[in-house]
Design a binder for this molecule. Sequence first.
Ligand code: DHB
Ligand code: FE
Length: 284
Amino acid sequence: MAKITASVYTSHVPAIGAALDLGKSGEPYWQPVFKGYDFSKHWMVENKPDVIFLVYNDHATAFSLEMIPTFAIGTAAEFTPADEGWGPRPVPVVQGHPELAAHIAQSVIQQDFDLTIVNKMDVDHGLTVPLSLMCGQPQAWPCPVIPFAVNVVQYPVPSGRRCFELGKAIRKAIESFDKPLNVQIWGTGGMSHQLQGPRAGLINREFDNAFLDQLIADPEALASKPHIDYVREAGSEGIELVMWLIARGAMADVAGGPAPKVAHRFYHVPASNTAVGHLILENK
Ligand code: DHB
Ligand code: FE
C-alpha cells in the first residue's frame, strides 16, 4: 500500500523564485532565507519520495473570477509552469501521477468532500517556489507531483477545520492505494503577510511562532481557529496558512499513531512582504 512518510510546510513568496532564477540567492538579503533550506535540500535527497501531494493556492493563474473551485485536484500527466507578474519561471514542467490522483479523487469524494477534478491546469509560484526551495534547480523535478489547489484568494474561503478534516480523508485515500509508494504531503503558503490596503506589510512573528508550535503539538485545537483570526492576526494573505492544516491532518498521529518527529524548523523575516516559515515533520 502507499504510505505518507512525511509532511513539509513552506511559504511560497514569488520573489524567492525570482531571486533563484536571476542568480541572486547569494546576495546578503536572500542568503539567510536560502540558508534555512540547506538542510531541507539534503533531506529531500536522502528521503526522496515517489510522489509529492502538493497543497497550494493558485493566484489567478489557472483560475480566475470566472471559476472558483474551493478544492481542486490535478489529475493530468503534466502541468506547465505559468505566473502573473514576473511571467512563467524557467523551471521544469511538473509531471503528475494520474493514477494516484484519480484514486484520491474517487476516495475523497466518496468520503463526502466535493473536489473539482482538473485535467488541464497551469501551475504558478504557489507550487513552483516550494519545489525550488526543497529541490534546488534540477533539470527535472525528482518525482511526480499531484497539485491540489485550495481557494484562499476569493471569499468565501474554507475553514481551518474543514481543511484539517480533508487532510484526514486524503490520508485514508493515499493509504488505500494498492502500490507501495512513498508519498509526501506538502502544505504551502503563509506565513503572516498582507499585500494590500492600509495594513500592507503586516508581519506577526508572535502569531507565526505560536502557529508553528501548535501545528506540531496540537493541530486538532489549531483547526478550530476561525478564519477571521488568521486575517486579523496574520493579515489578509495570512489565510494561506489554512492549507498547512490539510497536510497536518494527513499525518499518522491524527489517526491514532505516534507523534511525528520534527526534522527541521525555520522562520525568517523578511522575504519580500512575507514571513517565511518552514517545517519538516516525519511519520515515525
Ligand atoms: C508575496 C507573497 C505571496 O504569497 C504572493 O502570492 C505574492 C507576493 C510577497 O511577499 O510579495
Ligand atoms: Fe501567495
